[in-house]
Design a protein around this ligand. Structure first.
Ligand code: ATP
Ligand code: MG
Length: 371
């Protein structure tokens, strides 16, 4: 009798502990799921004229062209890569939009939808229920209050707790590994898709600057225009961009010449598809005026720069980033014409995004540059 009672007590105790253990495991798993579901992610966004990059503290999560296509019912048909692939190939039922122009939002509604769709691709729909924590976005330095307001409003549509902006040239400098807090002057040039910004940075601020809307899009339009005028040949903007990338140069005498490119388009008189060969020297001559405009803006920035900072820059030189910094011969040309050493960024399409990502990881260190 005594033995059976002891065994019963033991088994009851075991059952009790098992139940406690099961209950704890359930609580832990359930809590973990709820935490994941309702944890407010924070993210950084470089909403570029041509490329949008979404990243978090540890690095990029999505990098896609800044394009969106709507269908006839005004629903989103495609964004990013898919939308870019459809560009200049759509029919009247589809409406392709490039929401940014000159580096700023030109079509507010399309920009908002594009951001929402891209954020959904990264975080899926569930995060829209719980919302996001902090969102940090880059913005060109030369933007007006109204343009910044539009960007902030567009960011708030993703249900974020707070949105911050950071000037893109400062972010680019951070992304290039420069110490922007030092008093030593640094000349940073970002040749993007819609805007070229030239700034002198010191003590986490901008001491002199010039911004011009001569950048990637201008180069594409100039190449397109050249084909029309010189050869009566119509080419699309995407083809013009390919010409710029494949045989683009800023000097007609390169030590290593790229292979000429066969360009496909349409004869504007007969309407028949035609092909024409183009080499880098011709592209360099076509782009000469735009590149010279950028050089003039660099000189103007140096002219307005305080002498002590100019003295620093004569030692530190130019830090060049943005897609336009990948032109063949640009380093040698700027060194020859501006007479300063030029440092090319090794990841020119990512510098701004890398910089904002750093600010997101340690906002307490970068409070002074967040707006
Ligand atoms: N090899 C290359 N040579 C010249 N231009 C290039 C090259 N590769 C890409 N580009 C151009 O760089 C531009 C995109 O650069 P980037 O991503 O820095 O611009 P963005 O950030 O989208 O624009 P913005 O800074 O003006 O808002 C495009 O116009 C693209 O055609
Ligand atoms: Mg940019």
């Amino acid at each position: 009798m005594k033995v059976t009672a002891l065994a019963d007590a033991k088994s009851a105790r075991r059952k009790f502990f098992c139940r406690i253990l099961g209950y704890s495991a359930f609580c832990f798993t359930f809590g973990h799921i709820m935490l994941k579901l309702f944890h407010n992610h924070s993210f950084a966004i470089d909403l570029g004229n041509n490329n949008t990059i979404i990243s978090d503290q540890s690095g990029p999560l999505l990098a896609q062209p800044s394009y969106i296509v709507f269908n006839a019912a005004h629903n989103v048909k495609a964004v990013g890569d898919h939308a870019y692939a459809m560009f200049e190939k759509t029919h009247e039922e589809l409406k392709p939009v490039k929401p940014l122009k000159g580096g700023v939002i030109a079509d507010y509604e399309s920009a908002t939808r594009m951001i929402q769709e891209m954020v959904k691709q990264v975080y899926r729909k569930r995060n829209f229920l719980s919302g996001f924590g902090h969102v940090i976005s880059g913005v060109p330095y030369s933007t007006t209050e109204v343009e910044r307001r539009a960007l902030r409003d567009a960011l708030e549509q993703v249900n974020s707790k707070k949105s911050h902006l950071v000037f893109e040239p400062l972010a680019a400098a951070l992304g290039m590994g420069l110490n922007i807090q030092q008093p030593e002057g640094k000349l940073v040039i970002d040749i993007g898709g819609g805007i070229t910004e030239i700034v002198v940075i010191s003590l986490s601020g901008i001491a002199a600057f010039q911004s011009i809307k001569v950048a990637g899009d201008t180069f594409d339009e100039t190449i397109q225009d050249h084909f029309r005028k010189a050869y009566n040949m119509a080419i699309g903007l995407k083809t013009a961009e390919q010409v710029k990338i494949q045989v683009g140069a800023v000097s007609d005498k390169l030590p290593v010449a790229p292979e000429p490119m066969m360009v496909k388009g349409k004869d504007m008189i007969t309407g028949i598809p035609v092909t024409r060969k183009i080499g880098y020297a011709e592209v360099a001559r076509v782009l000469e005026r735009s590149i010279a405009q950028i050089e003039t803006a660099i000189i103007q920035t140096l002219e307005t720069c305080p002498p002590e900072l100019a003295a620093d820059i004569s030692e530190t030189g130019i830090h060049l980033t943005g897609g336009g910094s990948m032109f063949r011969g640009i380093k040698e040309r700027f060194e020859r014409n501006i007479k300063l050493p030029v440092h090319l960024d090794s990841t020119p399409l990512k510098s701004v995004s890398k910089g904002i990502s750093q600010a997101l990881a340690a906002p307490q260190n970068f409070r002074s540059i967040l707006i």
